[in-house]
Design a protein around this ligand. Structure first.
Ligand SMILES: *Cc1c(COP(=O)(O)O)cnc(C)c1O
Length: 426
């Protein structure tokens, strides 16, 4: 399998190169030359497969440079935590993606990426520096995935005061090969600094830089697995709608990939907070980014979704095709709190602020013939201050208490490329 750049101005590469480069030189995104189709046999039997088996079958064509036995080991390691489908209401299910080491769905992609990296770095001499901007959960997942991986140094940029305390602890308390930069700006500022570093000649001459953001092909493709896994657990065929809380649109476009591979998926709801550039695009075809707004669903405080080109590419650039497949939905802060409260009252099910938007999307847009699955992308405790506004009290799990007790270690900086550069070169 080869991968091309969505901007069409960069060499076609194999999986290994796409993973290590992360971003093609023309600033596009890597995209597979063709989408492998799951066979009729596989579709008939996939409900009997385990999660790692499903992952292996779905990913092996993309990752053809990794031998089967290594890929089996990788998928067993990555998918070693449960991803249960929990019924919340008669027609609404929650796909709980928060049972991994950092309690958010990003563990899946970050762990797969880290293990691919480890596999490829066996025969590499130069140390790799991974730059990653985070709006909250990426940092922790990447830090955890790469912690202790030899030959890799990770530099994480996060917007100061705009991630939860628990998220901050997850990315600032590991030390070792992980450095956390606390940036006096927002997520888009962090992302812009990282993009600039990749284009900087001096840095690239001295170091092997790469990114672990959701644009990385390894993160992206591995997220398609749990969509099939949700169908596997649903156990009966109905028209399934996936409702996905979205920020950079890596998660939902991975779901679209699963459908393109042949899994029986009806359609998608692209759910955003007040940063609603994609829902607006879906209503009037105008892609019109606005400045980022800080919301209770802070992992989705993104004004320029980095995976948007993949959404276009999957649909062959056709707005009509996109409109058939995806419906937009957005929810403001006050309604997020209302939704958490309502769902807790009605179902005794605790939504986090991101999952709440996706649940509300289904409550509003699900048709009677459809079954809705929303993605619960993080454990509610990661957003404890917001949760307290919605529900008066919330229990603190042991893992959270333990994490809060650790000492934060970060380097503070202004939004300034020269400062950033000096840290990278240090
Ligand atoms: C990152 C994140 C999202 C958004 O996912 P994208 O792939 O960026 O669209 C949603 N919810 C949570 C909890 C997240 O951490």
């Amino acid at each position: 399998m080869k991968f091309f750049s969505t901007n069409g101005n960069s060499p076609i590469v194999g999986f290994k190169e796409a993973v290590i480069n992360s971003l093609p030189s023309d600033n596009g995104l890597y995209f597979p030359e063709y989408i492998p189709q799951v066979s009729a046999d596989f579709l008939a039997s996939f409900r009997t497969r385990t999660l790692p088996e499903l992952a292996f079958e779905m990913l092996r064509t993309f990752t053809s440079e990794i031998d089967d036995s290594s890929l089996r080991k990788i998928t067993e390691e990555v998918f070693d935590f449960k991803i249960p489908l929990v019924q919340v209401e008669e027609n609404i299910f929650s796909l709980e993606l928060f049972h991994g080491p950092t309690y958010a769905f990003k563990d899946v992609g970050a762990r797969f990426l880290a293990r691919c990296f480890r596999h490829f770095s066996k025969d590499k001499l130069q140390e790799t520096t991974i730059l990653v901007a985070t709006s909250g959960d990426t940092g922790g997942a990447v830090a955890n995935g790469f912690y202790g991986v030899e030959g890799v140094r990770v530099i994480i940029l996060y917007p100061s005061g705009k991630v939860s305390e628990l998220q901050e602890k997850q990315l600032t308390t590991l030390d070792g090969n992980i450095t956390a930069l606390e940036v006096d700006g927002n997520f888009d500022d962090c992302q812009a600094l990282v993009k600039k570093a990749f284009l900087d000649k001096e840095l690239n001459a001295q170091l092997q830089l790469t990114s672990a953001n959701s644009i990385n092909i390894a993160r992206w493709i591995s997220q398609s697995v749990y969509y099939a896994w949700a169908l596997n657990q649903l156990g009966y065929s109905k028209e399934v709608v996936f409702s996905v809380p979205s920020g950079n649109y890596g998660n939902i476009t991975a779901g679209m990939l699963a459908k393109k591979m042949g899994f029986p998926i009806g359609r998608y709801l692209a759910c955003s907070n007040a940063n609603d550039v994609v829902p607006r695009y879906l209503s009037d075809e105008q892609f019109d980014p606005k400045p980022t707004i800080t919301t209770y669903a802070n992992a989705m405080d993104v004004s320029l979704p980095s995976n948007f080109p993949r959404m276009l590419e999957i649909h062959g650039g056709s707005y009509d095709s996109i409109k058939q497949d995806i419906q937009g939905f957005s929810l403001g802060d006050e309604q997020i709190l209302e939704t958490i409260k309502q769902c807790w009252g009605a179902n005794h099910y605790m939504l986090d602020p991101h999952g709440a938007i996706a649940y509300a999307g289904l409550k509003t847009l699900l048709r009677p013939t459809e079954t809705g699955v929303f993605l619960e992308t993080a454990h509610p405790i990661k957003f404890e201050p917001t949760m307290k506004l919605a529900l008066d009290t919330i229990e603190f799990p042991t893992f959270a208490t333990e994490l809060m007790g650790r000492t934060k270690k970060s380097i503070k900086m202004k939004v300034d490329f020269e400062t950033f550069k000096s840290v990278i070169l240090a």
